[in-house]
Write a protein that binds this ligand. Structure first.
Ligand SMILES: C[S@@+](CC[C@H](N)C(=O)[O-])C[C@H]1O[C@@H](n2cnc3c(N)ncnc32)[C@H](O)[C@@H]1O
Length: 275
């Protein structure tokens, strides 16, 4: 088995529902769009601490299905095991949960195995050079008639460069060197091209929703309370924002105060069908 070298996720310990303000409403829409049924097999790639599993089980407590969580970080898998065990305590669940410690670049799983593959805020973790390979492997492990769902950054030409640069600078200042080296945020058009190239037929953007980035939410979780680091991030964001067109700035509703910069980006859910 192979693992991503110098994995920032073995250091990073954040709750995405808090720093990204993930709502139950969006989770519910996301899970309903999976169209899960009894006996299905689901693979959650880059599953982190298992938020997808817990939200599925909240919505369908009785559902009997197989949930495989694959992640390259031992720390994130440890968090998932603890969180899911505690979540399932005193509950009757029909779910079978498996943990796979692996780099998705070397998926090494049987062909046609899963009804559903989920990639929630994961695909940008894959370096550009490996993107096509990962998409091909996702296609391979899905059963004919099955699907992949992406919950991902919703980026077009108007915000892609600004978003990528804002997050890259945060990662650099926070010391997440592997993120700076690896992360590759895709334009929606690039995601669609990669999916079509891997063999997927119908590719659909199901819905989008607002993602309110508040820099202050990262002060403790990523900068260990270092206000100077947050200020450096602010300086960088303001410089990059200065290069945006007026209509782009307006669309992103950039609001600046002494302790926080708020930027309205977007997220979206995409679904692609195999065969
Ligand atoms: C932004 S987190 C998202 C976690 C989870 N899907 C969620 O939304 O709550 C990205 C996850 O992808 C994992 N990851 C990063 N690179 C990976 C790779 N090459 N193979 C497998 N997992 C990876 C990280 O360890 C982390 O848990």
């Amino acid at each position: 088995m192979t693992y991503a070298a110098d994995n920032g996720y073995d250091k990073r310990d954040v709750d995405y529902s808090l720093i990204h303000h993930e709502s139950k409403e969006v989770f519910t829409k996301f899970i309903r769009s999976m169209e899960l049924q009894e006996g299905m097999k689901l693979l959650d790639i880059g599953g982190g601490y298992g938020s997808v599993f817990m939200n599925i089980s909240d919505l369908y407590p009785e559902l009997s299905f197989q949930y495989d969580l694959l992640d390259s970080s031992e720390k994130q898998l440890g968090k998932a095991k603890t969180a899911i065990a505690s979540f399932l305590e005193n509950k009757r669940s029909g779910a079978a949960v498996n943990y796979i410690h692996r780099d998705a670049v070397h998926l090494d799983l049987p062909a046609d195995m899963y009804d559903i593959v989920v990639c929630k805020m994961f695909i940008h973790e894959i370096p550009e050079v490996n993107q096509a390979l990962v998409h091909q492997q996702i296609f391979s492990v899905i059963k004919p008639g099955g699907c992949v769902l992406f919950w991902t950054a919703d980026l077009d030409e108007s915000d892609h460069a600004f978003y990528s640069e804002t997050i890259r600078k945060k990662d650099e200042l926070a010391g997440f060197h592997s993120f700076v080296a690896n992360r590759h945020f895709l334009l929606n058009t690039q995601l669609e091209t990669l999916l079509a190239g891997a063999g997927f037929g119908t590719i659909e953007k199901l819905f989008d929703f607002e993602y309110e980035l508040h820099t202050s939410a990262r002060l403790q979780s990523e900068f260990q309370g270092n206000v100077q680091t947050l200020t450096s991030w602010h300086d960088h964001i303001l410089e990059a924002a200065g290069k945006l067109k007026p209509e782009e700035k307006k669309q992103m509703l950039i609001e600046v105060s002494s302790s926080n910069i708020h930027i309205r980006f977007k997220r979206a859910v995409f679904k692609a069908l195999k065969g």
